[in-house]
Write a protein that binds this ligand. Structure first.
Ligand code: ZN
Length: 286
């Protein structure tokens, strides 16, 4: 499905005035209520113009560089990163017929998780289809079947507002796949604000019918991330360059330990220090 189809089927709204009154022009979508125009080219629509703030964190600069090559970045994430992660998004989409539905990946970054998924992000990366603020989503009420929000809510200043927006645009019976962090280091991409315990995740998504709440990265992932930061900081002696070198060194030396999580994540007390959680839930019928 294309962005133009979303507009023709009246699934998108004007985020400025919330009216369901967008019409298509050659290179834009125009709101007939407030007359705001949104540029639309190569099947990508810009609801906001966001200048990416300069990143001063040098590890973040390295990450930003690799994010231009999503496949390579994904491979590095699967190997040398301290997190034991599984590709549960693919399963979620398969189990819920994601290829035939209106599915939106919120805060997608430059990753295309699957075909037929609309990627929405504040930053206009190549793979982003809808450039938008997450606190004011350009979808009308009850218009989306499936929502993905993967390691994003810690990076927005008002996660509760984003969750309310998710509930608003999801149709009753529609499902969300969310992953949120608990124990992990500060990671500015470009901002980082908060964390959730398992109980905190239940409160965050209390308006959804919970289907599953399980660990993503387990206790070893959490320990590794914190240990690597600790090691890099201790032997940095205050030097940023040494910190970065230490970090790369200790990552390369310790990443295989994360596979302890294959069995550790199932232990009953493991959630005390899980690295992150996955929540799957359904919008209740009203
Ligand atoms: Zn408008």
């Amino acid at each position: 499905m294309h962005i133009r189809t979303l507009i023709e089927e009246k699934l998108l709204i004007c985020p400025q005035c919330s009216e369901e009154n967008l019409s298509l022009e050659a290179d834009a979508a125009k709101c007939n209520a407030c007359h705001q125009k949104y540029s639309l080219a190569n099947d990508k629509i810009h609801f906001v113009v966001h200048e990416e703030s300069p990143t001063h964190d040098s590890l973040d600069k390295i990450k930003t560089f690799f994010k231009k090559y999503p496949k390579l970045y994904g491979l590095l994430k699967d190997t040398v990163s301290p997190l034991y992660l599984k590709n549960d998004i693919g399963n979620f989409l398969r189990q819920n017929g994601g290829d035939k539905k209106v599915t939106v990946n919120l805060g997608s970054g430059n990753f295309a998780v699957a075909k037929n998924v609309f990627n929405l992000d504040l930053i206009a990366y190549d793979n982003v289809d809808i450039v938008s603020n997450l606190e004011k989503l350009p979808f009308k009420n009850d218009s989306v079947d499936l929502l993905i929000i993967n390691s994003v809510l810690e990076h927005v200043p008002n996660p509760g507002v984003v969750v309310l927006e998710m509930e608003r645009i999801l149709r009753p019976g529609g499902k969300i796949f969310a992953s949120v962090p608990f124990i992990c280091g500060f990671h500015a991409s470009p901002y980082d604000y908060t964390r959730w315990t398992r109980e905190g995740v239940k409160v965050l998504f209390k308006d959804f019918q919970m289907e599953d709440l399980r660990p993503e990265g387990g206790p070893t992932s959490a320990l590794l991330w914190v240990f690597q930061e600790w090691f890099a900081t201790l032997f940095s002696f205050g030097s940023r360059t040494l910190f970065n070198l230490n970090y790369l060194l200790i990552m390369l030396l310790t990443w295989p330990f994360k596979y302890f999580d294959i069995f550790m994540r199932r232990l009953p007390t493991a959630h005390h220090i899980h690295s992150c959680f996955i929540f799957i839930g359904e919008k209740k019928a009203t």
